[in-house]
Design a protein around this ligand. Structure first.
Ligand SMILES: NCCC[C@H](NC(=O)CCC(=O)O)C(=O)O
Ligand SMILES: NC(=O)OP(=O)(O)O
Length: 317
């Protein structure tokens, strides 16, 4: 694996899931693989799970890790080619990335979308520029449109939880929120579930919240949330802002919040969320505090997902 920025970087999802589950059984089984190697983790945006789980994963492989909150502590970076840098940006990624490429063996980057300009966000300019200029493997820690470490974790969690000899019904449901949020977790989940191909996959959201078809193709759209939830084995709850009329909040109907009542017609569904979650806005306390919620298991699997991916990146430098 050269870089890890989307499911397209993965040859075999099942093999990567198996690798992660093997690390879950024996965390230190490849503890010398990364000896003498350094991972740089660059954060342009906040994080708890991604930062800590990726750091733990790299340490389990014997790597040294430096976390750099570039959005907070670093010089303001410019990403546009041929920019006349007379404004607020201090250093071009063209100058910064090659230096990082000398300091590190693998470079992780977290960046969120602006939600102002769809073309710019969906071009993944930031992560693409790092890939172009760093000269070392780049690991997405969540980008403008995708969150592949999260999605790999989600598939791992579904696979280890579902023990029946049939295809699970997985429902991705939009939920209300107080802010306009990126589409990346939803895009990425859809992209991975479709590529995995082992589930009946349904997406439900209010009118105007259609996601980019590039990621959802293969899923069934059901506009009625109650109908979508019928017989669900897994319910993935996520808010996102509008994609078509980009980055807006239209309908924010609290009736879309997932409650215990809404779970009744499901197949005792396990409930998933990438976290952080706004309690009693996206999901009720009653669900999050019940046995149906697997959000902690999901977040804890972030370590094994990251460890499987970093081990692949180390193997193919
Ligand atoms: N890293 C995972 C989720 C990141 C982001 N959530 C947020 O920004 C939450 C912000 C808040 O709740 O104020 C999202 O949903 O795409
Ligand atoms: N789910 C997730 O990526 O969490 P953080 O934003 O805390 O990293």
């Amino acid at each position: 694996m050269k870089n890890f920025i989307s499911v397209a970087d993965v040859d075999n999802i099942d093999a990567l899931v198996a690798k992660a589950l093997a690390f879950k059984k024996e965390a230190l089984k490849s503890q010398t693989l990364g000896a003498g190697k350094r991972l740089g983790l660059l954060f342009l945006n906040p994080s708890m799970r991604t930062r800590l789980s990726t750091q733990i994963a790299a340490e389990n492989l014997g790597m040294k890790v430096i976390v750099f909150n570039v959005g907070q502590d670093g010089w303001a970076l410019e990403f546009e080619d041929e920019a006349i840098m007379s404004g607020n940006t201090v250093e071009h990624v063209k100058d910064a990335a090659p230096i990082l490429g000398k300091y590190f063996d693998v470079l992780g980057i977290r960046t969120f979308p602006s939600l102002q300009n769809k073309v710019d966000d969906y071009s993944e300019l930031y992560i693409q520029q790092f890939m172009k200029y760093a000269g070392i493997p780049v690991l997405s820690l969540e980008s403008a449109t995708l969150h592949p470490l999260q999605s790999l974790t989600d598939i791992i969690t579904i696979q280890e939880t579902f023990r029946e000899q049939r295809r699970p019904r997985i429902v991705l449901t939009w939920a209300p929120h107080v802010k306009a949020l990126p589409q990346c977790v939803a895009n990425s989940f859809a992209q991975w579930v479709n590529a995995w191909g082992k589930a009946d996959f349904v997406i439900t959201h209010p009118e105007d919240y259609e996601l980019d078809e590039k990621f959802t193709q293969g899923a069934t759209y059901e506009p009625n949330q109650d109908k979508a939830l019928q017989g669900a084995d897994f319910v993935y709850v996520k808010n996102w802002s509008t994609y078509t009329d980009y980055g807006r909040i239209y309908n924010n109907d609290p009736a879309w919040m997932l409650t215990a009542k809404k779970l009744e017609p499901t197949n005792n569904a396990r409930v998933m969320h990438c976290l952080p979650v706004r309690r009693n806005v996206e999901l009720s306390d009653a669900i999050l505090d019940s046995a149906n919620s697997i959000v902690t298991q999901q977040a804890s699997n972030r370590v094994w997902a990251a460890q499987a991916v970093i081990s692949e990146l180390l193997g193919n430098k």
